[in-house]
Design a protein around this ligand. Structure first.
Ligand SMILES: C[S@@+](CC[C@H](N)C(=O)[O-])C[C@H]1O[C@@H](n2cnc3c(N)ncnc32)[C@H](O)[C@@H]1O
Length: 292
């Protein structure tokens, strides 16, 4: 993997970081966070940045995401470590999105067990270890800034967290940052015209893989429910929605931002969903501002 770009100044991906404050146990407000990392003119020698690239369209990235991708010495993208059984797995989605901004010679594919199930499997661990070793090798080869492009947001059900942990385990001096991305949940809300939450409504995001009980709990509550990773569990989800009287309002977003995108109610013909499908169940609302 060639990663060095001699003569380029190192870059700091993050702009000014807010310094949120919150109550302590003693009721005193304290500053809980300063800028995470050094100032821009003291960029770290090795920086790994998870960059959220949105659900799939090349114009749904933040300005900062584009800047970090363009300035990185190397941009790595996750791909499937073997062909998916159904061909629908998301291999290459992040790659396709960033191609508009990053020339092929700065893109590097890293295989991950994206379709594996059953927890921390040997296949997953092997992929994380190999990917981390490749990133460390890039730093050893002279790269100062490596960006990992991931669909949606890097802190929402993303492989980035596992990669970052693995890289830090190998090389604790590597600094890790992230650039937020637009999630599939937000994109579906925007495209379907459904506000995610209003007034006192809770918003629950969960993967269907969390199990039927958690999905049922969320559907029994008063707020909006968003379900990721529901493709193989779609028939169970439909039954749960029916039991809770929430089937009619539910919106399904398939392949958001991709050529085969479909957004609409659950019409019963959805047995064969792509992996990139998101279910949005709006809070029950009976009047304007009713939850204020
Ligand atoms: C591993 S999670 C990645 C979530 C992503 N990091 C985010 O912030 O949206 C994969 C799930 O995200 C949802 N998803 C991501 N991209 C999508 C898209 N383009 N269309 C529909 N759903 C999508 C699907 O529910 C999919 O099963």
């Amino acid at each position: 993997m060639s990663a060095t770009r001699p003569g380029r100044p190192p870059t700091a991906p993050s702009g000014p970081t807010p310094t949120p404050s919150g109550p302590t146990g003693a009721g005193r407000a304290v500053k809980v966070s300063q800028r995470a990392g050094p100032e821009p003119d003291a960029a770290p020698a090795a920086l790994l940045t998870g960059v959220g690239v949105g659900p799939g369209e090349a114009d749904l990235l933040t300005v900062r995401a584009v800047r970090v991708l363009r300035e990185a010495d190397l941009v790595v993208v996750p791909v499937m470590d073997r062909p998916g059984a159904d061909g629908d797995a998301p291999a290459g989605r992040a790659e396709a999105t960033v191609r508009a901004y990053v020339p092929a010679e700065r893109l590097h594919r890293l295989p991950f067990a994206l379709d594996d199930t059953g927890g921390v499997t040997a296949r997953r661990e092997a992929a994380w270890d190999a990917a981390a070793a490749a990133v460390v090798a890039a730093f050893d080869g002279g790269a100062r800034s490596v960006a990992f492009a991931t669909i949606g947001d890097p802190n929402v059900y993303s492989t980035f967290g596992y990669l970052a942990q693995s890289v830090r385990a190998l090389r604790p001096t590597v600094q890790v940052r992230s650039v937020p991305g637009i999630t599939a949940m937000q994109d579906l809300a925007a495209r379907s015209g459904v506000p995610l939450c209003e007034g006192r409504e809770p918003l629950t995001l969960l993967p269907a893989t969390a199990g039927a009980a958690l999905v049922e709990d969320a559907l029994a509550g008063p707020g909006t429910v968003v379900v990721y990773k529901g493709w193989r569990r779609h028939p169970e989800l439909i039954e749960a929605l029916r039991r809770h009287g929430r089937l009619a309002d539910a919106v399904l977003g398939r392949s958001l931002g991709l050529p085969d995108e479909r957004i609409g109610p659950l019409d019963g013909a959805d047995d064969d969903l792509p992996y990139l499908s998101t279910l949005l169940v709006p809070a029950r609302r009976d009047r304007r501002g009713g939850k204020l």
